[in-house]
Design a protein around this ligand. Sequence first.
Ligand code: DC
Length: 222
Amino acid sequence: MIIAIDGPAGSGKSTIAKMIARELGFTYIDTGAMYRAVALKIKRLGINPDDPEAVLEVLKNTQIDLKPSEKGVKVFLDGEDVSDKIRTEEIGKIASKIARHKKVREILVQMQRELGKRAKNAVIEGRDTGTVVFPDADIKFFLTASAEVRAERRYRELKEKGLDVSYDKILREVQERDRLDKTRKESPLKPAEDAIIIDTSDKDINQVFRHLIEIIKNKIKK
Ligand code: DC
């Protein structure tokens, strides 16, 4: 069984996908982490993320592994654990840029399909998992929330970590990443026609989780 969860940055999809995978004992596949791992390598090598050929060349010589862990998943780039290093705004932005290239997407999508098939039961999360990676997924969710709410969540998360951040700057970053993800030619961020759309703006994570689990369990019973 494949459960696909897509949505913009900050919609809560990663947290929810991990919770669901744990509850059901399914494999959790974080597709964004794969784009982020490539982005980190691109940055380290000083390569221009807007150059499709150069990014593709790097990707062809890159090994990305996702391994289940307590927190959800550990991400390995050429054998190095980069799980924390890929979680910065800067890497998110570079990931968004390299994700615009058709051939880069084709390679990563292929890897994601293989991971899904190997897992048999998986929760796969990203931007195009219900539209492109697994168009035949058993259940598709599209989580969304207003840009303001998503920026507010990110702001609080960073504040709690003790970082000195500006809400306005985060809001601008959220809007910019939405723009990049929605306007790209290849697999733009949009809900699959048969996706269940859930606005999480005025719900907390536990409410969203319970709602999704109920839908999934009803589907499993049928
Ligand atoms: O979900 P995330 O923030 O970790 O994703 C980082 C970037 O990777 C996102 O801005 C766009 C890209 N991405 C994508 O194009 N397709 C996916 N399935 C997942 C991520």
